[in-house]
Design a protein around this ligand. Structure first.
Ligand code: SF4
Length: 391
């Protein structure tokens, strides 16, 4: 890691080894002191109230709040929350279908904890489980595969969701199932690509931004090269960032430095993990198991459809959609209803506390949208920060 704040303190690879080092208060404050006047200069030069920076990843949103970065800089930087919460763009029809399958005696639906509180058309998966449906929360797809081995009399469906980040583990699990002949294991694959998602968001609102903090985890898989279009087509600085406070502060500093120099390019602050070309083995697994296919049902995303993936034909016998069919009343490929404000938040056009439902009709106990309950949801970040009175 480079010296992020110009401090005399050594911050080379040998010096920063533990997570506490990435949360160093002295260095963080030094960076805040550097960012603040730079942001003010840039805003003044451009006639802006604040410099608008989108953090694409919902994990970054939560770090910004948790470590007080949002609160420390919000008067000079407008943090625009991006679409990087796969649960938040998940259509309600998918949840409704999983509830339907889980209510069958011969089926078990397994998924990540993030998904079970997402509103469907009726019951959430959590409510369905309380009513006796077979819903299992897992920490990995391999755990779902193990459930299938342990329950040979049941069909186990893993709701496979997430950006390119989680696709490799889904793919490798399916390859294992096929190799080991676990025929009662299936995937309901609703993965989504970060690049077309970003393209959809920028096509709608790039003019409101001055730069973007790029997602770290998904970039470990796809690398930094696929983001070149952001600088080339939209003239915006794009800095891929790690997830600790110093990572994010350094990334902000790098974006501002580009703006001050009049540059727009892709930079990689998270070089300790992210390479230019990504993880070849992970990409190979993805390309074998999945193929891109337009899905028209994502929440928000401006009508962009060329985003989704389905299982390739080689794995048809493990494809839950083909094996068990879609039996919910609504069309799973239609845009499901949720408050329009959710779509605006996903597109970075509305700040959560400006939603009329925020902390009124929509709370953690009674969410109207997944943004309020997902671990990466922007509304959940604001809700947990208790920041609704400080906008
Ligand atoms: S507060 Fe609720 S209704 Fe409003 S955008 Fe967030 S999740 Fe959607």
């Amino acid at each position: 890691m480079n010296d992020p704040a110009g401090s005399a303190r050594p911050v080379g690879a040998d010096a920063i080894r533990f997570v506490d080092d990435f949360r160093d208060r002295e260095l963080s404050l030094a960076l805040v002191d550097r960012i603040r006047p730079a942001a003010q200069r840039i805003a003044a030069e451009r006639g802006l109230e604040r410099v608008a920076v989108m953090e694409v990843c919902g994990g970054h949103t939560h770090t910004l709040f948790r470590f007080g970065i949002h609160q420390a800089l919000r008067d000079v930087i407008e943090f625009v929350h991006g679409p990087g919460c796969p649960v938040c763009v998940l259509p309600r029809d998918v949840i409704a279908q999983c509830v339907s399958w889980a209510q069958r005696e011969d089926m078990i639906v397994a998924t990540f904890g993030d998904a079970i509180r997402v509103p469907g058309h009726g019951l959430t998966l959590q409510q369905a489980r309380a009513a006796g449906a077979n819903v299992q929360v897992v920490y990995s797809p391999l755990e779902a595969l193990e459930t299938a081995r342990e329950n040979p009399d049941k069909n186990v469906v893993f709701l496979a969701l997430g950006f390119d980040t989680t696709m490799p583990s889904t793919a490798l699990t399916l390859l294992t199932a096929k190799e080991q002949g676990v025929t009662n294991f299936s995937l309901y694959a609703v993965h989504i690509g970060i690049i077309p998602t970003l393209q959809a968001v920028l096509a709608e609102g790039a003019q409101y931004l001055q730069g973007l903090i790029g997602p770290g985890h998904v970039s470990m898989v796809i690398g930094s090269q696929p983001y070149e279009f952001v600088a080339r087509d939209y003239g915006l600085p794009f800095v891929i960032s790690g997830f600790e406070p110093l990572d994010l502060l350094q990334s902000l500093n790098m974006i501002l430095a580009q703006l001050e120099r009049g540059e727009a390019k892709v930079e990689n602050q998270y070089a300790r993990t992210v390479t230019s070309s990504g993880n070849a083995a992970a990409l190979a697994a993805i390309n074998r198991v999945f193929r891109p296919e337009p899905r028209s049902f994502w929440q928000g995303l401006g009508g962009q459809t060329d985003i989704g993936y389905v299982l390739s034909d080689e794995f048809a016998e493990h494809d839950a959609e083909k094996r068990f069919g879609i039996d919910i009343a609504t069309d799973p490929l239609s845009v499901a209803e949720q408050p329009p404000e959710c779509d605006q938040v996903i597109m970075g056009r509305l700040s959560p506390p400006d939603c009329p439902h925020f902390n009124k009709g929509c709370t953690q106990d009674h969410p109207l949208g997944a943004l309020m309950v997902s671990n990466e949801g922007a509304c959940a970040a604001w809700y947990h920060a208790g920041a609704m009175a400080t906008t």
